[in-house]
Design a protein around this ligand. Sequence first.
Ligand code: MG
Length: 375
Amino acid sequence: MEDITLILLAAGSSTRFGMGTKKQWLYQGTRPLWQKVADDFDAAFDFAKVIVVGSGDEIAYMQLFGAYEVVAGGNSRQESLRNALALVKTPYVLVSDVARCCLDLPMIERVIAHKKSADCIVPTLGVVDTLYVEDEAVDRDRARLIQTPQLSRTDALRRAVVAETDYTDESSAIRAVDGSIHFVEGSSQAHKLTRPADLGRLPCLIPPDQGSFTGYGIDIHPFEEGKTMKLCGVTIESPVGFKAHSDGDVAIHALIDALMGAAGMGDIGELFPDTDVAYADADSTVLLAEVVRRIRAVGFTIRHVDVTVLAQTPRLLPYKSAMRARLSRLLHLPLPRINLKATTAEKLGFVGRKEGVTVHATATLNYFDWTKVSA
Ligand code: MG
């Protein structure tokens, strides 16, 4: 199968599965769904190359998973296909959506076996129910349900996806430029993962691994006269604030690094560079909310955080409950799962000399348990 490239579309922004997790990131054991589907294709067929199309802001993270070439999708299916096709060197291309997550191998073999029959090879199903178009009954024997994956001649698909119209499959794009279509028998077993209710209908899905992930973060900021002091998003009564590019919320910065560490996402500087004017005086709670959104989107649930503020001054006891409450809302985490500690440095070092503050934080995540999503 040296003449076929697989394109797996996994750039959807679907968040219909609760907790803000996208369907391509519903974990199957220790692998996200997109990787399981790519691995299943890869194990069954000897493609020249497998290209996975992901969301632009997840590409760097997806690349960490290794195995496959990952390319950024566009704003539409058509644009995503165009981006992927730019990397295809084979005469044929098989396109599949990550939502078709349980592979029907005999059906895919039928599609591939007919590769020379037309510009696009399409699995279809006959219609068994009575069929109306608007208020008119039509002859169901002449109707077909179109399925995927479909195999296309690369040059024909390249011509077809130049169009701005966003077609829902390759066959309609190729028909629109007068390409030829060949139908093969589809499969009534080939369900698609669209809604939470579909999860129970897809026999190949397995629950996420129960393991947990711990991340650690540390941040240090010196005091600066005349600046407002923020810790955990709460304003602290103090003659000094923190010297920083952002609002200097050293506690939130340490916490962001702990969360990113647990998710394997690198560090705060990679996401929000302090050379970027966009983050000048940035509200750190907004940065934390963005990190939380990303972590949940890629399949994690935050379970626990522990923050230790090392400060000779100010005294934080009067602010602790407000700080925990703020974190609870930002992290979507119940209060008992948020621990906050404040300690002095016994007058030692730069903290003891009241020159600045150090914060240490840990965060614990596990995979979002989609098996508990109610349909
Ligand atoms: Mg910082």
